[in-house]
Write a protein that binds this ligand. Structure first.
Ligand SMILES: O=P(O)(O)OC[C@H]1O[C@H](O)[C@H](O)[C@@H](O)[C@@H]1O
Length: 541
């Protein structure tokens, strides 16, 4: 691990290969090898991914796999599964894979099998979820709980909200689920404005139970509840907590019986399958939650055991490295052709960018190459009518991940065909474009041809699965988790810490005090002036 990455012969071989490939477009690659569509498709855990529209050849993949070998990606993977403290800056194991291990499995952390403890919590969650779903768990006044409001932020929000939206079709339609994250009071106000406190349960979700936004919203929710129910004992019936911090949960007034724990070896952005998924389980039921965990586990098994050249997350991660470091792509557009996956790009932003947005290696040396790409996206077909213009004709290279499903979840099967036709069309248009000759033949006047021309040669991966069900969702999330892992291992960075988010939080704490005192000072002139302008504006309200 000591030689800088870009000095490795395997890296240099890729640079030379990239230069040798220069000028060969996707159209050229397909013309030379029409069977590449068959050979560059991989399957794992029920997902199929077509990599043939990526600007790679089999030689590229061979060289990328050489790089993976040189960086010991599979060794690092095995260290993760073995519970080693691979999160070096926090000296922690990274064992989200244990959250979805089947009951009889053994995954050791500091010599102890953690799987039984995982299943104990899952069973407690299932009891609680069933009691709520069946109306046995009642509110303080005896009313049935019909509303579940989850309060959390970051990893304690994005996973639950994404999963709820993704699995809405499997959820209880006679219950309301809302998610509050922003410290902006309007988030909570909008979530509660039409709810009856007597029928509402809050799940306060925070790994640390010290996060400003979550604690602020949780206290406000507590006041809202008490104002209506008028009794401190009501809290016990209307609040549950998900956290690793039992003492802070107690301090808030939630009893351990309503607390669902997890462990410091679960990173916030890797936690939607832990107790953080309590709202998901209440919405879709314990069986569907178990099916989601099985999907995660199937992808874990695939990642752990499939040979490198057939290993879906490994190859997808390596192609991401190729696009970023060798083709110069700065972003990845995630384009699910499924309205239910509307929050999936936002979920992936935390997973990928908080994990791999790092500038130093594990030993603290600055990297000499780019790291994590910027992830963004919107569901198709909506994005087609806004930003796809740039994807087709803009000056930047934006690799795209298309995600689609064979079976519709709505009864409108013909609309599903329209949806999927659009997805396939976009991949085709990006890859092969439209030539001047083609436009000329279609009667486009000469002066308009440059404007209408689509250069093509724009890479994409298409992920296709049978249907968006709990198991597929688990496999899809695990696919990206292990992709992130692969890239972090190549880059030699710590994908499991997030020190970069601390500074802003510390400065905010200081500025809050200044705002409360009504005086700014000691920052840079720009920040001081902005705070003063804010204070002046606030004084006018
Ligand atoms: O779950 P919590 O402890 O409340 O943390 C919520 C979030 O806040 C932090 O700022 C981190 O950047 C995230 O990784 C984390 O998911």
């Amino acid at each position: 691990m000591s030689a800088p990455l870009t000095r490795l012969p395997e890296w240099q071989a890729l640079t030379a290969h990239r230069d040798a490939l220069a000028g060969r477009t996707l159209a050229d690659l397909f013309a030379a090898d029409p069977a590449r569509a068959d050979r560059l498709g991989l399957e794992g855990a029920g997902l199929f991914a077509d990599f043939s529209k990526q600007r790679v050849t089999e030689e590229t993949l061979r060289l990328l796999l050489d790089l993976a070998r040189a960086r010991d990606v599979t060794g690092r993977r095995d260290a993760m599964f073995a519970g080693e403290a691979i999160n070096v800056t926090e000296n922690r194991a990274v064992l989200h894979v244990a959250l979805r291990a089947p009951k009889g499995a053994t995954i050791l952390h500091e010599g102890e099998n953690v799987v039984p403890a995982v299943h104990d919590v899952l069973e407690r969650m299932a009891d609680f979820a069933d009691a709520l779903r069946e109306g046995r768990w009642r509110g303080h006044s005896g009313a049935r709980i019909r509303n579940v409001v989850s309060i959390g932020i970051g990893g304690s929000d994005l996973g639950p909200v994404m999963a709820y939206e993704a699995l809405r079709g499997f959820s209880r339609r006679d219950m309301v689920f809302r998610f509050v994250s922003n410290v902006d009071g309007s988030d909570l106000a909008e979530a509660l404005h039409d709810l009856d406190p007597a029928e509402t349960l809050f799940i306060v979700c925070s790994k640390t139970f010290t996060t400003l936004e979550t604690l602020t919203n949780a206290h406000a929710a507590r006041e809202w509840c008490l104002a209506a129910l008028g009794d401190d004992t009501a809290i016990a019936r209307h609040f549950a907590a998900v956290s690793t911090n039992e003492s802070e949960v107690r301090k808030f007034g939630i009893e351990p019986a309503q607390m669902f724990g997890f462990w410091d070896w679960v990173g916030g952005r890797y936690s939607m399958d832990s107790a953080v998924g309590l709202s998901t389980m209440i919405a879709v039921g314990p069986e569907n939650f178990a099916a989601m965990l099985a999907g995660f586990h199937a992808m874990d098994d695939h990642f752990r055991t499939a040979p490198p050249e057939r290993n879906l997350p490994l190859i997808m991660g390596l192609i991401g490295v190729w696009n970023s470091n060798f083709l110069g792509a700065e972003t990845v557009a995630v384009l699910p052709y499924a309205q239910y996956l509307s929050r999936f790009p936002a979920y992936l932003q935390q997973l990928t960018m908080e994990s791999n947005g790092k500038g130093v290696t594990l030993s603290g040396a600055p990297v000499d190459h780019d790291t994590g790409a910027i992830f963004w996206g919107e569901p198709g077909t909506n994005g087609q009518h806004s930003f796809y213009q740039l994807l087709h004709q803009g000056t930047r290279l934006v690799p795209c991940d298309f995600i689609g499903f064979c079976e519709p979840l709505s009864a409108r099967a013909d609309q599903h065909d329209l949806l999927m036709a659009n997805m396939f069309a976009q991949g085709e248009a990006l890859a092969f474009g439209r030539s001047a000759d083609d436009l000329r033949a279609g009667g486009t006047p000469e002066w308009l041809i440059p404007h209408r021309l689509c250069p093509g040669n724009r890479p994409s991966t298409t992920i296709l699965a049978q249907r968006l069900d709990p198991g597929t969702l688990g496999a899809l999330v695990a696919l990206y988790e292990h992709c992130v892992f692969t890239q972090g291992a190549i880059w030699g960075i710590d994908s499991f810490d997030q020190w970069g988010v601390e500074l802003g939080k510390q400065l905010a704490t200081r500025i809050i005090d200044e705002i409360r005192l009504g005086e700014a000072g000691g920052h840079d002139p720009s920040t001081d002036a902005l705070i003063r302008r804010y204070l002046a504006g606030k004084a006018r309200t």
